[in-house]
Design a protein around this ligand. Structure first.
Ligand SMILES: NC(=O)C1=CN([C@@H]2O[C@H](COP(=O)(O)OP(=O)(O)OC[C@H]3O[C@@H](n4cnc5c(N)ncnc54)[C@H](OP(=O)(O)O)[C@@H]3O)[C@@H](O)[C@H]2O)C=CC1
Ligand SMILES: Nc1nc(=O)c2c([nH]1)NC[C@@H]1CN(c3ccc(C(=O)N[C@@H](CCC(=O)O)C(=O)O)cc3)C=[N+]21
Ligand SMILES: [Mg+2]
Length: 293
């Protein structure tokens, strides 16, 4: 049986460490990092998620600015808000919750965010810095959190075969870049990939970021592999309630892998902890202060 990686506990420790460093900045440097989260529309899942982010931001001692706009908001209005947040010295980090309504082009909005405040790491400048390995960019939260779990469990990742299933700009591509930076041999798979089960079976590290519940089966996994399940899928139950499940068939995979992240309680909580980490990093860089230990 695999060891189950407790992302919830790891994230709680990371948030506590961030909280101690924020307290030092407040005491010694006289400023409090601020995170602005923008939510357009009233998608219930996004609302829960934005509420969790705000609560954890406050708990870490940072300031949370929440901006809720109606679903019919026009692109120029949202753009104007982003520009106000760019110019607001109290705001160190800006996150615009995705997906955005159909009348808004997400790329236009993401490209307008000041790269120094882009705590999601989605701006092309930050994506480029990650790809060129020049450092000092802000790294997307979900892949960063997944990498922290891998390094904690496996230590040195050098030479390991990593397969990333999914090639989105938010998860799959930055995950592949991070693993490459760790000297893994990285393959990125997607909906046109042939013989996906065989490919997955070659992976020492298998990252699933697809959005298809239970797609990765037990016999797709190399015995002893480490499996990172990024998928967050809401499944309706017969009693009308909903349950979260990943992209990996957990019951099967747990009998084959050596280490595996659960859903919930795996990568999800790490995403929010890394968002706070990026906000702390952005605040220190913007204000020319060294990041406390
Ligand atoms: N834990 C967390 O904090 C987060 C979790 N998520 C979750 O991660 C999952 C992926 O998110 P995201 O990257 O945004 O999703 P996208 O829909 O943007 O990307 C999905 C990727 O999976 C690929 N894909 C789809 N079907 C198949 C298939 N049958 N076989 C192989 N590849 C396939 C797509 O290929 P193609 O490019 O060819 O279309 C695409 O590259 C979702 O469940 C999402 O909810 C997302 C963000 C954060
Ligand atoms: N600009 C932007 N940045 C994002 O990072 C972003 C986004 N938009 N849009 C939506 C996705 C999804 N995402 C999650 C983060 C945490 C959990 C999380 O905390 N999950 C908990 C459970 C939460 C629950 O019970 O609903 C867990 O897996 O244990 C889930 C999903 C970030 N995203
Ligand atoms: Mg993210």
């Amino acid at each position: 049986m695999a060891e189950i990686i407790d992302g919830k506990a790891f994230a709680a420790q990371l948030r506590a460490h961030i909280g101690r460093r924020v307290a030092r900045l407040v005491a010694e440097e006289g400023f409090t990092p601020g995170l602005a989260v923008v939510l357009v529309g009233d998608d219930p899942a996004s609302q829960v998620y934005v509420r969790n982010k705000a609560a954890q931001t406050l708990e870490a001692g940072m300031i949370s600015f929440e901006h809720r706009l109606p679903a019919h908001t026009a692109q120029p209005e949202l753009l104007a808000l982003v520009r106000r947040l760019n110019d607001d010295p109290a705001v160190d980090g800006i996150l615009v919750q995705l997906p955005l309504p159909a009348q808004i082009d997400a790329d236009v909005i993401l490209n307008a965010i000041d790269p120094a405040k882009d705590v999601d790491g989605f701006h092309p400048l930050n994506a480029g810095l990650l790809a060129t390995g020049n450092g000092f960019g802000l790294v997307p939260c979900t892949p960063l959190g997944a990498l922290m779990l891998l390094r904690d469990r496996l230590g040195d990742l050098r030479g390991l075969n990593a397969v990333v299933v999914g090639r989105s700009n938010i998860v799959g591509k930055p995950m592949a870049q991070l693993l490459l930076r760790e000297d893994c041999t990285v393959t990125v798979a997607h909906s046109r990939t042939r013989a996906l089960p065989e490919l997955c079976r070659s992976a020492d590290i298998l990252v699933a970021a697809v959005g298809r519940p239970g797609m990765i089966r037990g016999d797709w996994i190399k015995p002893g592999a480490t499996v990172i399940d990024v998928g967050i899928n809401r499944i309706g139950l017969p009693d009308g309630r909903a349950r979260l499940t990943g992209d990996v068939d957990f019951a099967e995979a747990v009998t084959v892998a050596a280490h595996i992240t659960p859903v919930p309680g795996g990568v999800g909580p790490m995403t929010i902890a890394c968002l706070l980490h990026n906000t702390l990093t952005a605040a220190c860089r913007r204000r020319g202060v060294e990041l406390p230990d």
